[in-house]
Design a protein around this ligand. Structure first.
Ligand SMILES: [Zn+2]
Length: 58
């Protein structure tokens, strides 16, 4: 079973979906996406919490 994250689940108007085997791998993809698509060089702690809550098993 893998993990998934949908950008819209944290309130973004964005169709991005990330899928990975582990949460670490997923967080890396999310960080990359945040940087390229949303201009976030660093993810703030409160947003990080939201992201972790939005991560689901698949
Ligand atoms: Zn996004």
């Amino acid at each position: 079973m893998g993990k998934k994250f949908l950008c819209k689940d944290i309130g973004m108007d964005c169709p991005f979906e990330a899928h990975a085997d582990t949460e670490d791998e997923l967080m890396q993809k999310i960080a990359e996406h945040g940087q390229t698509a949303h201009g976030m060089t660093e993810i703030p702690a409160d947003l990080m919490e939201k992201i972790k809550q939005a991560i689901k098993d698949e």
